[in-house]
Every structure is written in structure tokens, then in C-alpha cells.
Design a protein around this ligand. Structure first.
Ligand code: MOS
Length: 749
């Protein structure tokens, strides 16, 4: 494995950057397809009930219409996709039951997109309507404790809370949010005899292939999924959704490729979303600020059949040293589509509550909010008692506070002012578990000094082509330009779901392993060759550098070293199962299941990345308009492979955190359980004018226990805690504590 990490940290432009900005990069629906037909979805306009009658005559009369799929003619031909929680998925065409607004109820296929759309609007549906339940306060919802693994519990939190010197007890809530990646939800299906090719933006090529095979009762070997570039995912493309199988069936019925590009509004209901939460936090401390009790209970909305929840108490229980911890998570079933992963699914809502609560506790103690975090920092996971593999939270606070100028802050709310503007400075902790999963790779090296990497990895905007290319170039002693990186195709070796910020650790560790095997083979052959300059050398001392095999003060060109192996070229197929996972985990990956070694459930160490956010808000004293002129955030996340793309990940997370604090919410109509602002005009997100100066500090951190390359994931940590930092700054500016996101002007009047 890599002997030194000195190559980490060289800022490198994306190797796919030119392809992206010139439009040469092909996203799913860009793939050129011969003679496709076009699909348009018909979705339900009620949230609960039954399809009593579907009149298709007027739709069929539209010139160019080829087929209309609905529960009456294809319902039994596909099983629902496997749900992420192992329970039942919500319906689409399988039955006449409507379980949520915007449920797919028919697929119209036509010669053109326009004809399909026109016909879709001419499908007349008579519903037997039932009264739906929209969310927490609706009648008809049912609640129960979550069914998955136990919630963290340490000591006796109830007694500690009862006897504590200083405590806070507060309720928080976060809204429904939708990812809205710029690339729409698309699916193109092409049959060639028994073989099916699917072009679809996906965060899990092999997972999609396995799921569709199950749904259509096919041999997975007959399915190929292709997704070379993904125009944003954020969790929305991690699980398989219903549309894929229906488009495959449409293409099979027609004997012709079928292409679907769902509309922006349909994306709100045919894919997943971040569910609304309610949370209850109780914190108690002794006068010196040391936590003596932490209690955190959450409630999350889900669909009728699914128990999906994010259960963020797994993380909040581990944030600070505390001897008494109690946690609980409940799910609340409503007539809604099933939620799913969205950037830092668990941490974004749950750290809002914990980090707001920590700020409230700091004020109850009359203590600086940074000092409160530092006095409770720990190198030991308070839940398991295991050491953190590395934890540089204090360094993050120190460096970001210094850059921000925190020492000039007046602790008193409403004490800092600039003319009409009330100034508030707030902070909060960021964190994300470091996860890793099994992974496979094919690596070939040829005498022209080039290497080709092939793996079904996912470029969802993170810069995966470049980080993988950098890793291989460095380990094989080649230039980045001489490494060809091929990703996004299930005909290539499997890679786990690009979720939970695992993919950099998973793909790079297997890539390093494959390169090590190349080196081993070349070194062994060189030493064994009696006519070689390396005769008699220790093979362990040889390495690849600058297109040469070098070591022991000797060297020879790579081409010569390759000449000793069969055919003058090497092809390695390597697999990596992270230590701590069963060896069977690799077999599961080939079957489309990613077994993750999670940051909070390892037996040796607990692995998390940490960070600290500082933000200045300005609240207008007359209008209550909220501005955020500057942010300083520091992160320590192990080895940083490419600071250029890492900076973008951190910054993108911070911007999304501001959005979560001040802008974003999907409005659910309480009467009809339908989404009201299901478009990019009404769904609020920050625009350039809302985005301040963002100063990102990457705190160096060497972690030899997290995984062989010392890489922690960084895709999600940037968003975590930012919402709380803003809420805390708003409190500092105004004295008003907003516990319900997003913070909008009306909540400050
Ligand atoms: Mo990420 S929300 O875990 O795909």
C-alpha cells in the first residue's frame, strides 16, 4: 500500500472538465439512440384513494401515440423496486390504489415527446377519493418507534437531567426538502433480444442492474446500466425507483427504444426527498460546561408502507463527551411518497437540533459557544468507548475562529450593530461518519506507458474521474494524462453506491491495491530475470516512478519491465474488502448490495470527519431581512486527494447549509397532501446574490487507522451544522431563537 502520502494535496483541474463545459460529456438522455419512441408519465392528482375508471380514447386519438401502459394492461409485469428499508414500496402501475400525490399511474408512448405529452394530458381518470393525511398534525397519521437497530443509550439520562445544575429543553423542526438536481430523472431502455441496456443517471450502477433484474425476473447478466456522468444526485439516485422497469416494459412491448425525461414537477413525487422532522433535545451540564446528560428524540414522516427514517441520533450521541445519553426515533406514516437519502440525510436535520441546543446551553451557562464545544471535545466515542481514529475538532474551531475574528465577538444578543443592521455571529460543529465498502477494479498497463482504469464508479459531480486518475498515476509513476479512466458502466467491475460519502475511500483503496499488485508482479519478474539490472535485488525495494521501475540505485523503463510478463502488458482485476467486513461482502456487491463498514459501527475505532462553521448574519432592524455576508468553515477529513475538487465539495455543502437555514422548504398542502411549490420558480434556493464570501480551511489530518490511504469522505460534511450556525447567529443578532427551519422574515417579526 502507499508508503507515503506526499502526493496528496496537489490541486488538479478535473480531467473531465473540458468534456463537461463543451457539452461532449454524455449524460443519460444525451446518449444517441436510433429511432427512439418517447414516454411521458401520467401521475395521480389525488393522494389517497383508488382509480375508479381510466378513459384512454381521447389520448389514443392523438396522432403518433403508440402505446399506453397502465395497471389494467401491464400491472402484473413488474414487481415494485426493493425498498431501502426492506419493507414495501409505494405503488405505481401494479394496482389501482393511490398512495400519494404524483404517483405514476400510466405511461404514454408516442413518436414524439410532444405527442406523448399531449396524449398524457388527455388521459381522463375518475378517482374514488379518500381523505389523505399530509404530515405530523393531520388526522389519520400513525406513529411508531423505528424498527431498525437500537438507538444509542449510555448511563441514566433521565436521572442526570433531573438533578442537573444547568439544562435546556427544546423542540426543533425541519421541513420537507427536495434535491432538484439539474439533470432531470430520465430513463432510456433498449432491448437487443434478451439483453436490456438502461441509460439512467444513477449513484449505484450494479444496484440498479440487480434491482431491475429482480423486478422483471431477469438474469442480471442480461442487463447493462450506463451512467457515465450524472448531473447531480445528492442521494436522489441511490435507490432504484419504479419508472425504470416500466420504461423497460414499454420498450419491450414496442420492440423499439423508449426514452423518458420526466418533468421537473414529476421529480418531486417519482423520486425520494428529505422528510420533515420534529425533534426534542434536552441537555444538562455542570456549571463548568461539562455535559452530564444528552437526550435526543426524533420523529420523521414517511409513506404508509415504508418505515424509512434517517435516525440521526446515531451521530448526535457521539458528538461530545457525556456520561448519560438517551435517544429515540419514531416514524410517522402519512399519505406521502417514500422519502430517502438527501445530502447528509441524518446529520443535516439532527445536527440542526443538537447544535442549536448547544448554543442554547451556552447561553444558559453564560459561556462562549466555542468554549462549550471545546470543553466537551473528546477522543473517545462516548457511545461505544472506542477511540476515534482521528478527531481534529478543536483544531477546526481554533483555525476557523482565528480566521473569522471570533475573539472580537460580544456574547450578548443584540449587542453588535452596524447602522440599521443587527449583526450576529454564530458557530456550529460539522461532522460526518467515514464509511467504506467493498469495491472492485480492472487495471491494465501497456508498454506505451499508459494505464487504463475500469470500474463502475459514479461521477455525480464530485470529481471521481480525477481522484481515481490521480491515485493510479501516482502509484504507477505515470503522468495523469497517461491514465485513462472509464467509469459509469455496469459492464465494468462493481463499485458500491455513491452514498454515505464512501466512494472516494472505497474506489481509491482498491485502486491503490491494484497498483500494488502491478508493482509486485513487475518487481518479482525483474528480480528473477538473470539478465536484468535488478538481478538479486530485494523486490520489496522496487517501485514505479517517472515511467521507470526503480530501486536499489538501479532503474529500467516500464516497457522493459512489462516485457517480462505475458504479452508485454498487465491486466489486474483487484477486489478490496475493508478490514472489519466479512469476506462475503464482495459477493454481495456483485449481487447489487453494498455492505458498508460504517463510521459508528466499527469494532476497532469510530471514524468520523469533523469541522467547524462560523457565520455572520445581518438582520435589518426595520424589515428583518436576513443577509449572510461571510462564512468561515474549517474541516479535517484525513488525506485530501485533490484540493481543487475538495474545496468545491466543502463550499457546495456550506451553500446548501445556508439554503437549509434560510431558503428551502417543500410546502405540503395540509388538506390534499400535495406538494405546492413543485418547481424551481417557487422552491427557494440561494442564488449568487445570496451566497457570501465563503472561506474554506482544510486542516491537515493524518489518519492511519481509518483506512490504508487515510481518506475520509467529504461529500456531505459541508452541509452539516451550517443551518444551526445560521440560527445561532440569528439569535445572537436579534435575541430571537428560531427552532423551526427555514428561518424566514416572518419568524423574526
Ligand atoms: Mo448521499 S445523500 O448518502 O447519496
Amino acid at each position: 500500500m502507499a508508503d507515503d502520502a506526499s502526493w496528496f494535496g496537489v490541486p488538479t483541474p478535473r480531467i473531465d472538465g473540458v468534456a463537461k463545459v463543451t457539452g461532449a460529456a454524455r449524460y443519460g438522455s444525451d446518449e444517441p439512440i436510433a429511432h427512439p419512441a418517447f414516454a411521458y408519465l401520467v401521475t395521480s392528482s389525488i393522494s389517497r384513494g383508488r382509480i375508479a375508471d381510466m378513459k384512454l380514447e381521447r389520448a389514443r386519438e392523438v396522432p403518433g401515440v403508440l402505446d399506453i401502459l397502465h395497471h389494467g394492461n401491464v400491472g402484473s409485469q413488474a414487481k415494485p423496486p426493493p425498498s431501502m428499508t426492506g419493507d414495501k414500496a409505494t405503488n405505481t402501475l401494479e394496482t389501482d390504489r393511490i398512495e400519494h400525490d404524483g404517483q405514476i399511474i400510466a405511461v404514454v408512448v408516442a413518436e414524439t415527446f410532444e405527442a406523448a405529452r399531449e396524449a398524457a394530458h388527455k388521459v381522463q381518470v375518475d378517482y374514488a377519493v379518500e381523505l389523505p393525511s399530509a404530515s405530523f398534525d393531520s388526522s389519520g397519521v400513525t406513529a411508531e418507534p423505528k424498527k431498525q437497530k437500537e438507538n444509542p443509550k449510555v448511563g441514566d439520562a433521565a436521572s442526570a437531567l433531573a438533578g442537573a445544575e444547568v439544562k435546556i429543553d427544546a423542540h426543533y423542526s425541519t421541513p420537507t426538502q427536495h434535491h432538484n438536481p439539474i439533470e432531470l430523472f430520465t430513463t432510456t431502455c433498449i432491448w437487443d433480444g434478451p439483453k436490456l441496456t438502461i441509460y439512467e443517471p444513477s449513484q449505484f450502477m450494479w444496484g440498479l442492474k440487480a434491482a431491475v433484474a429482480k423486478q422483471l425476473d431477469m438474469d442480471p447478466a442480461n442487463i447493462r446500466t450506463v451512467s457515465r456522468f450524472v448531473g447531480g444526485a445528492f442521494g436522489s439516485r441511490g435507490g432504484t425507483t419504479s419508472r425504470t422497469a416500466w420504461i423497460a416494459i414499454a420498450a419491450r412491448r414496442l420492440g423499439r427504444p423508449v426514452k423518458l425525461v420526466a418533468t421537473r414537477s414529476q421529480g418531486f413525487t417519482i423520486a425520494t426527498y428529505r422528510a420533515e422532522t420534529r425533534q426534542h433535545v434536552q441537555l444538562a451540564a455542570s456549571r463548568d460546561g461539562k455535559l452530564v446528560a444528552l437526550s435526543h428524540e426524533g420523529w420523521e414522516v414517511t409513506s404508509r408502507p415504508s418505515g424509512y427514517n434517517v435516525g440521526g441520533v446515531d451521530t448526535t450521541a457521539r458528538m461530545y463527551a457525556c456520561p448519560n445519553i438517551a435517544t429515540a426515533v419514531n416514524v410517522v406514516h402519512a399519505d406521502r411518497n417514500t422519502p430517502g437519502f438527501m445530502r447528509a440525510p441524518a446529520e443535516t436535520p439532527y445536527m440542526f437540533a443538537l447544535e442549536s441546543g448547544m448554543d442554547e446551553l451556552a447561553y444558559a451557562l453564560n459561556m462562549d459557544p466555542v468554549a462549550l464545544r471545546l470543553v466537551n471535545d473528546t477522543q473517545t466515542d462516548p457511545v461505544s468507548g472506542l477511540p476515534f481514529s482521528s478527531r481534529s475538532l478543536t483544531a477546526c474551531y481554533d483555525q476557523a475562529a482565528e480566521r473569522f475574528g471570533w475573539s472580537r465577538r460580544d456574547h450578548k444578543p443584540g449587542s453588535m450593530r452596524d447602522g440599521d443592521w443587527l449583526i450576529g455571529w454564530g458557530c456550529a460543529t460539522a461532522c460526518y461518519p467515514t464509511n467504506i465498502a467493498p469495491c472492485a477494479i480492472r487495471l491494465s498497463v501497456t508498454p506505451d506507458g499508459r494505464a487504463t482504469v475500469q470500474m463502475a464508479a459514479h461521477e455525480i459531480g464530485t470529481g471521481a474521474y480525477t481522484t481515481i486518475g490521480l491515485t493510479v498515476a501516482r502509484a504507477l509513476g505515470l503522468k495523469l494524462n497517461d491514465v485513462v479512466v472509464m467509469l459509469g458502466d455496469s459492464d465494468l467491475p462493481p463499485v458500491p453506491v455513491a452514498g454515505g460519502s464512501n466512494n472516494t475511500a472505497s474506489t481509491l483503496n482498491v485502486a491503490a491495491k491494484a497498483c500494488e499488485q502491478v508493482r509486485d508482479r513487475l518487481a518479482a519478474a525483474a528480480v528473477a530475470d538473470h539478465e536484468s539490472v535488478f538481478t538479486g535485488a530485494d523486490p520489496k525495494g522496487l517501485r514505479l516512478s517517472d515511467g521507470m521501475l526503480v530501486g536499489d540505485n538501479r532503474h529500467e523503463p516500464l516497457a522493459k519491465a512489462l516485457g517480462r510478463v505475458t504479452g508485454g502488458a498487465l491486466e489486474i482485476h483487484a477486489e478490496n474488502v475493508p478490514e472489519g467486513l466479512p469476506p462475503t461482502a464482495i459477493g454481495s456487491l456483485y449481487k447489487g448490495t453494498a455492505t458498508m463498514l460504517r463510521g459508528g459501527s466499527r469494532k476497532d475505532v469510530t471514524t468520523y470527519a469533523f469541522g467547524a462553521h462560523f457565520v455572520e448574519v445581518r438582520v435589518n432592524s426595520r424589515t428583518r431581512e436576513i443577509r449572510t455576508p461571510r462564512v468561515v468553515s474549517a474541516f479535517a477529513a484525513g488525506n485530501i486527494v485533490n484540493p481543487t475538487t475538495a474545496h468545491s465539495q466543502f463550499m457546495g455543502g456550506v451553500i446548501w447549509g445556508l439554503s437549509s437555514a434560510l431558503h428551502e422548504a417543500t410546502e405540503v398542502d395540509p388538506k390534499t397532501a400535495r406538494y405546492v411549490n413543485n418547481n424551481l420558480a417557487d422552491y427557494m434556493v440561494p442564488v449568487n446574490a445570496d451566497v457570501p464570501e465563503i472561506d474554506i480551511i482544510m486542516v491537515p489530518e493524518k489518519d492511519e487507522r481509518v483506512n490504508p490511504l487515510g481518506v475520509k469522505g467529504i461529500g456531505e460534511i459541508g452541509i452539516v451544522g451550517m443551518n444551526a450556525a445560521v440560527a445561532n447567529a440569528v439569535f445572537h443578532a436579534t435575541g430571537k431563537r428560531v427552532r423551526d427551519l427555514p428561518i424566514r422574515i416572518e419568524k423574526l417579526i
